[in-house]
Design a protein around this ligand. Structure first.
Ligand SMILES: [Zn+2]
Length: 165
């Protein structure tokens, strides 16, 4: 597979190219920014390579990188995490589960001390018009990573010397 650095570079250059093209074709600047942000977040923090324990994207989580260890343990490298759309759903679902658990613990602790926890409004997120270009950017970066992995593997297979009969 290509190195993490190669993935980062290819994704960044392609994101910039699409951003410039979008601007040139008169797309809304904030929509373009939302798309680029989605792509960058997906490239650096939600890459399919979170299925590798010591990958760059895992390390980028810093002190929180342990969150991804169970994920990389259960999901084989280049398995479900490397399936377009499905992979990113597993990763977003996984992080949602972790944070829900944390939220549950925090609110429980607050209730026990007699404090009332703040209310979350997820509708605010989904009523935001920029969530769609953001998600499109996420999908773009994710699919690009997977395509690059596929291309790399098939190229390597072709380069391998064939056995003579
Ligand atoms: Zn990969």
């Amino acid at each position: 597979m290509p190195s993490g650095k190669t993935h980062d570079r290819v994704n960044l250059v392609s994101t910039a190219a699409i951003g410039i093209a979008g601007y040139y074709y008169g797309f809304d600047l904030f929509e373009i920014l939302a798309f680029c942000s989605g792509s960058i977040v997906a490239t650096f923090w939600f890459s399919p390579d979170l299925d590798l324990r010591y990958s760059r994207p895992v390390k980028r989580w810093g002190k929180l990188s342990f969150i991804w260890w169970p994920y990389s343990l259960v999901i084989p490298h280049r398995g479900i995490s490397h399936i377009p759309i499905v992979g990113i759903i597993t990763r977003f679902g996984y992080i949602f589960l972790i944070f829900s658990l944390l939220w549950f613990l925090i609110t429980g602790a607050l209730y026990n001390t007699g404090l009332s926890p703040p209310t979350l409004k997820p509708s605010l997120l989904f009523n935001n018009p920029y969530i769609w270009p953001f998600l499109l950017g996420v999908l773009f970066a994710d699919t690009l990573h997977i395509i690059l992995d596929w291309l790399w593997t098939s190229l390597k297979r072709q380069m391998k010397p064939r056995r003579r009969r």
